[in-house]
Design a protein around this ligand. Structure first.
Ligand code: UD1
Length: 307
């Protein structure tokens, strides 16, 4: 069995690649290294890596023909709400067009795949009041990022139904853990917090810190992705989260305790297009056998150990 992981040198992608290798799959990675790093992949010798951009349509088509993957995990993305507000056309070309082009090619050539898994985001739910967010809750995408993710989900699911392709979508909540790149101001907040605590740098807190998120440790995310693959599920959407809501203030406090050091905080106005509260219902995933193995404290301790 062969798996193609786009974004496979990135934070979540590289953990997935390591897992797939351990499960005995042949793994092919496409990554333009914009945020990823080949060193993130533990078993590089066992993986075929192409340093390319998923927007290179000709390259991607050739790759699919040559490699004939059974499983496709589409993780390549510009994974940032704020980035999409600053550069909407560019983020759209990655977050939507590249995925659409691949689907269209699979349809036209009848490429025999076992699963096409698209990684969407909790951002699609927006600020509607119902909590926790269920896969069939109303959506309210507030940013170009969220709109691209939601629209692409719809393409992925509709292509699945209309053209009988084995497609599935997941909505990542806030994933954290080793390998997350803190270098951009739009990087995941826990990678930035880790960097600030480590280097005793000031942390910029956007808003009053009362915004909440559902933080899930990357190993639990990989567990969820693998369960979905093994279940042969089709045409479904799954939340991938921990199922617990925590405010940014509470997270900072917990992390300071775990790290045994205090953070220097600079306040800044809240970011545009942001969600105020986020927490997932993970019942659908639990039905597949998912159990969260990492509480926030355990995950933060593990992350801090390796930092
Ligand atoms: C994150 C993901 C996004 C995912 C979404 C799902 C990243 C980079 N983004 O977006 O891909 O689809 O969750 O819920 O992982 N903050 C600060 N200071 C900082 C950085 C962030 O105060 O230096 C605040 C933000 O304003 C925000 C919160 O921390 O309120 C979380 O921010 P971030 O980690 O960027 O995640 P989301 O915007 O939730």
């Amino acid at each position: 069995m062969k798996a193609l992981v786009t974004g496979g040198a990135g934070f979540i992608g590289s953990h997935l690649v390591d897992h797939l290798v351990a499960e005995g799959l042949d793994v092919v990675v496409v990554d333009n290294l914009s945020m990823g790093d080949l060193h993130n992949i533990k078993h590089q010798d066992k993986v075929t890596v192409y340093v390319e951009d998923v927007r290179n349509e000709k390259f991607m088509q050739q790759l699919l023909q040559e490699e004939q993957p059974d499983y496709i995990y589409f993780l390549a993305a510009v994974a940032s709400v704020a980035d999409s507000i600053e550069r909407p056309a560019e983020t759209h070309s990655v977050n939507q067009t590249a995925v659409f082009n691949m689907l269209e090619y699979i349809r036209k050539t009848n490429l025999p795949i076992k699963q096409f898994l698209f990684t969407s985001s909790a951002a699609v739910y927006g600020n509607l009041p119902e909590l926790p967010k269920k896969e069939d809750s109303r959506v309210d995408p507030l940013s170009p990022y969220a709109i691209d993710k939601y629209a692409t989900e719809r393409f992925v699911l509709a292509y699945g139904e209309l053209y009988d392709l084995p497609t599935v979508c997941v909505r990542f909540f806030n994933v954290y853990g080793p390998g997350q790149n803190p270098s951009s101001p739009y990087s995941g907040v826990l990678s930035i917090l880790t960097d600030c605590l480590n280097k005793k740098k000031p942390f910029t807190l956007y808003g009053d810190g009362s915004q909440t998120r559902d933080f899930v440790y990357v190993e639990d995310v990989i567990q969820a992705l693998w369960l979905i693959t093994k279940s042969d599920t089709e045409h479904e959407v799954f939340n991938i989260a921990n199922g617990n809501e925590a405010s940014l203030n509470a997270i900072i406090e917990t992390y300071e305790k775990v790290a045994g050091t205090s953070l220097q905080i600079k306040k800044a106005p809240g970011r545009e297009g942001e969600v105020k509260r986020s927490v997932a219902n993970i019942g659908k995933l639990i039905k597949l056998g998912y159990t969260t193995k990492w509480s926030l404290e355990a995950g933060l301790s593990k992350y801090w150990e390796g930092a």
